[in-house]
Design a protein around this ligand. Structure first.
Ligand code: C5P
Length: 406
């Protein structure tokens, strides 16, 4: 079980001021049940919602609240805790706490600790849905993710303030499951992973092209998740406005043909994940001068088919583990499974597209199929989904290799 990985881990649990602070009690209980040691740091706001005594009793350790605590041996509690922690988990993380961490503030123990620690930090946000969707919070969130912090949730549903929407703290069991996943060892060390991402642009003339709305976010998140798992990652991307994840080798392409060439150039990939929205067709002829408007009411453009990149990869003699994506507006499972068969994929991750869904969004939901099973991944940040999907890919990749080797 993934939770086993918590055994022996030293976790600093930061609790900030949210009505969900009471859930920290259950988080502590679950961590300790799984064999982790927990030390709690509370903000002043958190103490308004749950007493330090409750969390002290459950964690079996004094709760720290003040930066300059005269009772502490060296009055350097933040440094001691920062060094002690294998992981810092902040649950619930309020909008205020997130903002303070972004700014690198140090007037309270929790934010000072986040600045001082080298341990990975996971935050489980909890707040009113308007506060959550506010640009300020979303920008803070982007900064936190960009710095390599892990964001767990939030969930959506009925809120304590009576409103409905995103911003609820994930349930303690979900938080522990995700934290455990993050602690999973680097199982892809020595493996080469190729990820395709973004759209392709198929030029019509020097001014125009055929393109699509793919933002590339999911592919970039998958590249991050593969790096986290220890892989050497090559990210082949169409035109996108995204920053290259650290430790990733990025190859920029424009057309489907260029993407095909770049992918086929890599003969020793262990895993290929086709997340790009590759144009199925390109203009039959490129006009090197801008096409002028004609008098007629109608015009047509002849198209020819592009190579199917994944189908070609999965026909290779040394076939890597091949994962495809399927964005569908209907009949999701049926079309996705057909695609898996037609392209000879090891796995297909399908998502329903429609109004406000998927393209350009930071959120997504997936239904993943492979020959012996399927798994549903509920709506979440693409960064979170990418890690969940990567865990499943590694599992199936290992299973395929163990069959090959017997
Ligand atoms: O056939 P369709 O475009 O629906 O399939 C989507 C999946 O196939 C995605 O994983 C996409 O990256 C991949 N694909 C490809 N080459 C193409 C078209 C799609 O690799 N020419």
């Amino acid at each position: 079980m993934a939770e086993d990985i918590l055994a022996g881990k030293k976790i600093v649990l930061g609790v900030s001021g949210s009505i969900a602070a009471y859930k920290a009690a259950e988080i502590i209980r679950l961590c300790r049940k799984a064999g982790a040691e927990v030390k709690v740091v509370m903000t002043r706001g958190a103490c308004e919602f749950i007493t330090p005594l409750t969390l002290q009793t459950l964690s079996g350790s004094p709760v720290a609240m003040d930066l300059l605590d005269a009772d502490e041996e060296s009055a350097m509690g933040h440094i001691t805790l920062a060094r002690w922690a294998d992981w810092v988990l902040i649950a619930p993380a309020s909008a205020n706490t997130m903002a303070r961490i972004v700014q690198g503030r140090t007037e309270d123990l929790l934010s000072a600790l986040c600045l001082a620690t080298e341990a990975p930090i996971a935050l489980a946000p909890a707040m009113n849905n308007k506060m959550w969707t506010h640009k300020a919070t979303q920008q803070n969130l982007a900064v936190l993710s960009g710095r390599g912090n892990y964001i767990l949730g939030p969930a959506s549903g009925e809120q304590a303030c009576g409103e409905e929407g995103e911003g609820r703290l994930l349930e303690p069991e979900q938080i522990i499951a995700l934290l455990s996943q993050l602690m999973v060892p680097k199982r892809l060390v020595g493996n080469r992973v190729v990820v395709t991402a973004g759209p392709t642009h198929e030029p019509i003339d020097p001014v125009r092209y055929i393109g699509n709305r793919s933002s590339g976010k999911m592919g970039f998140e998958l590249a991050c998740a593969a790096v986290e798992a220890g892989a050497e990652v090559i990210l082949i991307t169409g035109p996108v406005h995204l920053t290259t994840p650290s430790a990733v080798c990025r190859i920029d392409v424009e057309t489907a043909q260029q993407m095909y060439d770049a992918v086929m150039d890599i003969s020793d990939a262990d895993i290929v994940i086709g997340c790009a929205a590759v144009a199925d067709y390109r203009p039959a002829e490129y006009q090197d001068k801008k096409i002028k408007k004609a008098d007629s009411e109608c015009s047509s453009l002849a198209l020819i088919k592009n190579h199917d990149i994944l189908a070609a990869v999965s026909q290779r003699k040394e076939q890597p583990f091949v994962v495809g994506f399927a964005a569908e507006t209907d009949n999701l499972a049926e079309y996705a499974k057909d695609k898996m068969k037609a392209k000879n994929l090891d796995m297909v991750a399908a998502n329903l597209i429609g109004k406000d869904m998927v393209f350009g969004s930071d959120m997504n939901a997936l239904q993943v199929f492979w020959s012996e099973g399927e798994q549903t991944m509920a709506t979440a940040f693409k960064s979170h989904l990418a890690r969940e999907l990567m865990t499943l890919i590694i599992e199936r990749y290992d299973a395929k290799n163990s069959i090959k080797n017997t």
